[in-house]
Design a protein around this ligand. Structure first.
Ligand SMILES: NC(=O)c1ccc[n+]([C@@H]2O[C@H](COP(=O)([O-])OP(=O)(O)OC[C@H]3O[C@@H](n4cnc5c(N)ncnc54)[C@H](O)[C@@H]3O)[C@@H](O)[C@H]2O)c1
Length: 263
């Protein structure tokens, strides 16, 4: 098993990519602590993992609150005596054009989903540096590598996560702690399922913009997170892995002379 006996904390582990990562980590032998603001979904994922024989705890946690992050990391260390993996993964943000975002909404977006990642890293570094090993994996996005219409706050916070991963990676490289980001493209998780129901044409347009012609699966991102969390990526730090069906490789130019993705 690729994470045998390792202790892993996952924020936003009650749904989508975080839940897929929690299941994957547990299957690979990790002792998993799921943190989520949504108690019902976090509990349900934990119960499912436990029923399958995994070692798991669910901690209700609003990761935008520093004291709750402190309690989360303390719980993992107190319960299991160590912390090997932190997967920062939750998100909440305000949508809208740059000129239309509210000051409060912009600040809350960065606070809840960028500052919170940094604070969880700061807390996790204490046990990780003390034991001379650890792996931190942050969920960024292809939206952290380029701009999207109407997602300004999200673009800024995800770009911040990419560079937070770089600076953490270089600063702690000689302490045995690695830090990387995963940059998913559009993945078929609950927010995208809701988009499918609320705006089916936009859902189809996004799918068609992906060179592979489909949405990714949460499991396909969990596979990347597993690689980055495990010792298989032992020489990878300060980096980001794009998993997006080819979306970010496209310049955005429409096909010329009918030479599109279908042939
Ligand atoms: N789905 C995509 O297309 C996609 C693409 C790129 C990046 N991502 C990123 O992947 C991550 C997971 O997204 P998802 O699609 O699985 O979403 P999701 O909504 O299925 O899961 C997110 C989870 O985070 C939890 N959460 C939100 N705010 C929280 C807080 N303050 N404290 C603790 N938990 C909180 C939610 O309750 C939810 O369970 C996010 O960082 C998102 O930006 C998703």
């Amino acid at each position: 098993m690729r994470l045998d006996g390792k202790v892993a904390v996952i924020t936003g582990g009650g749904s989508g990519i975080g839940a897929a990562t929690a299941r994957t980590f547990a299957r690979e032998g990790a002792r998993v602590v799921i943190a989520d603001i949504d108690e019902k979904s976090g509990d349900a994922v934990a119960e499912e993992i436990a029923a399958a024989g995994g070692t798991v705890d669910f901690r209700p946690c609003d990761a935008s609150r520093p004291e709750e992050i402190e309690a989360l990391i303390a719980f993992a260390v107190d319960t299991h005596g160590t912390l090997d993996v932190l997967h920062n993964n939750h998100v909440s943000f305000e949508s809208g054009r740059v000129g239309d975002l509210s000051l409060d909404g912009f600040r809350r977006s960065l606070d809840a989903s960028l500052t919170a990642y940094w604070y969880a890293i700061k807390c996790a570094l204490v046990p990780m540096v003390a034991q001379g090993r650890g792996s931190i994996v942050n969920t960024a996005s292809v939206s952290g590598l380029a701009g999207d219409y109407g997602l300004g706050a999200y673009n800024v916070l995800k770009a911040g996560i990419v560079n937070l991963s770089r600076v953490t990676g270089i600063e702690y490289a000689r302490k045995g702690v690695r830090c990387n980001a995963v940059c998913p493209g559009p993945i078929g998780t609950p927010p995208i399922e809701r988009l499918h129901d609320a705006a089916p044409q936009i859902w189809t347009d996004i799918r068609e913009a992906i060179p592979m012609g489909r949405y990714g699966l949460a499991q396909e991102i969990a596979n990347v997170v597993l690689f980055l969390a495990s010792d298989e990526s032992s020489f990878v730090t300060g980096s980001h892995v794009v998993a997006d069906g080819g979306l970010h490789a496209h310049s955005g130019m429409p096909p010329i002379g009918g030479l599109g993705p279908d042939f």
